[in-house]
Design a protein around this ligand. Sequence first.
Ligand SMILES: Cc1cc2nc3c(=O)[nH]c(=O)nc-3n(C[C@H](O)[C@H](O)[C@H](O)COP(=O)(O)O)c2cc1C
Length: 452
Amino acid sequence: MSGEGRARMMRLGAHYHPTGHHVASWLHPKAQIDAGSNAEHYLDMARTAERGRFDLVFLADSSATRGGDLEALSRWPQYMAYFEPLTLLSAMSAVTERVGLVATASTSFNEPYNIARLFGSLDHLSHGRAGWNVVTSSNQTASLNFSREAHYSHAERYERAREFVQVVLGLWDSWDDDAFVRDRASRRYFLPHKLHRLDHRGKYYAVRGPLNMARPPQGHPVIFQAGSSETGRELAAETAEVVFIQEQSIDKARAFYADVKGRLAKHGRAPGDLKVMPGFATFVGRTEAEAREQHAFLQSLIHPDVGRALLSAELGGTDLSDLPIDRPLPIERIPVNTNASQTTVRNVLDVVQRENPTIRQLYERFSGARGSALVIGTAAQVADAMEEWFRKEAADGFIVQPSYLPGGLDDFVEHVIPELQRRGLFRREYEGRTLRENLGLARPASRYRAAG
Ligand SMILES: Cc1cc2nc3c(=O)[nH]c(=O)nc-3n(C[C@H](O)[C@H](O)[C@H](O)COP(=O)(O)O)c2cc1C
């Protein structure tokens, strides 16, 4: 039974890469090949997610194209040319009513005042359905687009992120919910004592405020986070309401779940205040054989150069061009002290230490949804795996990562959702109008109201 007195239900997000999560997804005949510049494709998928009663749709982002071997990248469109996510979510908000709208924005390459305005506006536009995925950006080349020669160190960028988030939360509290009286009779539009200046002066930011926007409908758009290094977990325990993770094994996911929930109390938070949603890549078929065929088909389309480039990206841009792909990856080539994504490198290292696969086997393993769990089977088999993670407290829900789009999402909504509903694990109707209400998260009081 959850804190809200309702039976504990799964939370589901749909994670959209343009043509899907698999590196070869664009080659699938049913994939929307021009997805990166096709708005209708995304608007349709937003409607599909709402029809499936998903809590949210999620758009990942990076402030740069991928780096590395251009020959290989020319065969792998992911993160090369696509929509800026908030612009796209604003369009999605006009064609949907209940599904949450979540996008990534980096704390390393933005200013808090702008981020507060952008997500606050999306929350007003969507009547309370916005969510911000706070990342510090692991893409090392992004900083070259922002007048820097090198990225911030892992430690510094998380320290900056911590202050950044606090400033944004403070700006969202600039106006009390009832500040605007709009009274023509007294010619008073707002009550001056209900407007608050932030006057923040910190190590990295000085932000006076107030925000030039009424308090968002949700109070604060929902805070998501996706880092699971030690610093990432601490930031999540302090500020995140939903944390995305990449774990291939239920045991590792259970360990993360217990670890991050165990950190909440010291921040005065309860276990229900943070939802853990692992990435879940799926291939759904009418039979298991059919699903395995779909998977094998996409695997067969991986160009070796793309596979190598994928692995190089997972390893923070490590050059693997000199290594034969049918030989194991020498462990000394794995940059354990990376300044890129510590979780992603750790996931590769775990597989290498456990199985010593060839480079080809390794990139085939990460070709679907990188370090996330992969489930291939019938709707009942996919639901079985999700139910097991859910019941064994490895997850409060999942960020579903369809391998190709829109087909993979359509299959999930048509076959897996009804199975989860039949088992009483997932909603048949939305509980509320806002993302918070559907996620079972409280609406935060303003820090000024709390301070009286
Ligand atoms: C489901 C999911 C979505 C993510 N989305 C993004 C994204 O949109 N942009 C980004 O730069 N990183 C994204 N990340 C990566 C994380 O931000 C982070 O770099 C990574 O988890 C490593 O963090 P760590 O160094 O703290 O381990 C995502 C990770 C997960 C699990």
